[in-house]
Design a protein around this ligand. Structure first.
Ligand SMILES: Cc1cc2nc3c(=O)[nH]c(=O)nc-3n(C[C@H](O)[C@H](O)[C@H](O)COP(=O)(O)OP(=O)(O)OC[C@H]3O[C@@H](n4cnc5c(N)ncnc54)[C@H](O)[C@@H]3O)c2cc1C
Length: 556
């Protein structure tokens, strides 16, 4: 019997298959851009290989603000095209992945001196461009209505607007694109890095791929190679012979996570401090995250962390916008930082740099897709495919299947998502899973929650929490390993379950049980289990506010 396309044995099979015969397209980078492109190409019937040096969504694609958004802010920059495209894409995602685009009512409070008339025109224009439905359309709110939803916002409020954006799990969205690509025939492997290119008579003919788990290097030959390595794009171009035509500007953005009982926000709210510092606070489950920053980043691109200056800046904004709450660093439960892969524009600061994307072609034939947003990843893939078609000299049709074929988590059998979610949460509840854990599971996994129910029917232990009070159940580790190509504890606790960023303790209390389960399934020795735990503790401490002790003692 064939295993799941993302079972642990299938990764090795995929690496061997991509090295055994030339593919049409080799995609380098398993962020949302690369995974979306691989999915598009596989849906058009191409022979596709995708390699990711660490794990799907290891880079920016798990460290974003997690919004699938129309980008009302871009209107201020006159970027009408980007707003229109983003708004279109959120509709497409609502069709192919309703479990991954959750509506979020966004508040825009107004203070004395704000130009109400100008903003009213802006929101009306946004609704028109975005083709907002009746429920999505903006509304004018009185100050009391804003205060009801965000009780501690600074005064003197004079009213505000409410409009609709969508919240997603960026890592899950990326992962499901990768899985969908594999389900449609792509050879996909994480923990596999491109280390150099293969040239035939000066023309790019493939790449050498090193398996980061066993060190073995394979040659993958491809008619077309696409560099989708986001912030690493210039580094990847550097593996070839020709320099990049422009610079990539990695711009660091950070977020601070609070518990919602300390920072009560319903939905999301745009923030402006009295000093004019702008940001937002977004509710997700029992947490609220506040962001962000936009500062040119220098130095290594791997594992960016929230630095002290950015933390102080964002924390000060939160303090100034919610003065009565007395927020301090001790209230910050987690931090994260990501690098936006912007295309540098002469004389422009990161915040003012456009979020548009471009495809560059090197003289040897390497295609690089640079810039863009999580929200527009599907359209970016479509644009790259036009170049791929030119390189292959073939008509590859259009991307209509990417707008029609559901992502794997949306295959819940014809019912609408709220009906599926409620029925699944009830089924989990009937098996003893607490309501908050059931809500998190259905929100995150969509149809894959059915697998957890199936595990629970085999053995009720799979639905027990990973640690007392943890919102994650033991079966999630099994799901990550058997059907998620998770090969390290960080793959499981950061990008598959989300516990690193969205739990009270970075998932540290759950880590020993998760390591034991993964170790049994993956055949880790005791020493390997210990090494995985140690590496994970270090990762967790990099997501803690520096100087603030982790509040839960580390078990195990
Ligand atoms: C702070 C912040 C907030 C954001 N908020 C939003 C938002 O709310 N909404 C939105 O739409 N967008 C948002 N974005 C933008 C969005 O996150 C990025 O545009 C998007 O995730 C970039 O995806 P990518 O695949 O191009 O890059 P990445 O996700 O960084 O992926 C590149 C991948 O390439 C891999 N790689 C590198 N070198 C190699 C190699 N040699 N071999 C194999 N693999 C390699 C890396 O490991 C990495 O996984 C935000 C970004 C940031 C940083």
């Amino acid at each position: 019997m064939m295993g799941h396309p993302f079972g642990p044995a299938e990764r090795l099979a995929a690496l061997e298959a991509m090295a055994s015969r030339p593919v049409d397209l080799l995609v380098i980078g398993g962020g949302v851009t690369g995974c979306g492109l691989a999915r598009d190409a596989a849906l058009r019937g191409l022979a596709v290989a995708l390699v990711e040096k660490v794990d799907f969504a290891y880079g920016a694609s798990s460290r974003s603000s997690k919004l699938v958004h129309g980008g009302v802010r871009y209107l201020a920059y006159g970027d009408v095209g980007l707003v229109r495209e983003s708004a279109h894409e959120r509709k497409v995602l609502g069709t192919i992945a309703p479990h991954l685009v959750h509506p979020l009512r966004f508040l825009f409070p107004l203070y004395k001196g704000d130009s109400v008339a100008k903003l009213r025109v802006g929101f009306a224009m946004f609704d028109r461009l975005a083709g907002s439905t009746r429920q999505e359309r903006h509304r004018v709110l009185k100050a009391e209505e804003i205060r009801e939803r965000v009780p501690h916002l600074r005064d003197p409020l004079i009213g505000g607007f409410e409009f609709t954006e969508y919240i997603t799990d960026d890592a899950r969205l990326t992962f499901e694109n990768a899985l969908s690509a594999a389900e449609h025939g792509a050879f996909v492997a994480n923990h596999a890095a491109v280390t150099s290119f293969i040239l035939d008579d000066g023309r790019l003919a493939g790449a050498r791929v090193r398996d980061e788990l066993d060190g073995q290097t394979r040659e993958v030959r491809a008619a077309v190679v696409v560099n989708a390595t986001g912030p690493w794009a210039e580094e990847t171009i550097g593996l070839g012979q020709s320099p990049a035509p422009k610079h990539v500007l990695p711009s660091k953005g950070i977020h601070l996570l609070f518990k919602a009982d300390r920072l009560p926000v319903c939905g999301a709210v745009a923030l402006t401090s009295p000093a004019g510092r702008e940001g937002f606070a977004i509710r997700r489950w029992n947490y609220v995250y506040v962001g962000t920053s936009d500062v040119a980043h220098e130095g290594t691109l791997d594992e960016p962390v929230a630095d002290r200056a950015a933390i102080d800046d964002v924390l000060r904004m939160a303090q100034d916008c919610f003065p009565s709450l007395g927020l301090t660093g001790a209230d910050v439960v987690a931090t994260w930082a990501g690098l936006r892969p912007l295309i540098a524009e002469e004389g422009k600061a990161p915040r003012d740099t456009s979020r548009h994307d471009e495809v560059w072609r090197s003289p040897e034939g390497l295609l690089s897709i640079v810039g863009g947003k999580l929200t527009t990843h599907r359209r970016m893939g479509e644009r790259v495919m036009e170049y791929v078609a030119k390189e292959l000299g073939r008509d590859l049709g259009d991307a209509h299947r990417t707008t029609e074929v559901p992502l794997p988590g949306a295959e819940f059998g014809g019912r609408d998502f709220p009906a599926f979610r409620d029925a699944t949460a009830a089924a989990l509840g009937a098996r003893g899973v607490p309501a908050s854990a059931a809500e998190r599971i259905t929100w995150l996994y969509g149809a894959a929650a059915n697998e957890l129910l199936r595990f629970g029917d085999e053995d009720a232990g799979w639905l027990e929490p990973l640690a007392p009070g943890s919102s994650a159940v033991r079966g999630e580790v099994r799901l990550a390993v058997e059907q998620g190509m998770a090969l390290t504890l960080a793959d499981i606790l950061d990008r598959r379950t989300g516990l690193l960023l969205f739990s009270d303790d970075h998932g540290l209390a759950a880590a020993p049980a998760a390591a034991t389960i993964a170790g049994e399934l993956l055949g880790w020795s005791e020493a390997q289990v210990a090494a995985q735990l140690e590496a994970y503790r270090q990762l967790a401490s990099a997501h803690t506010l520096p100087g603030v002790a982790q509040r839960v003692p580390v078990a195990g």
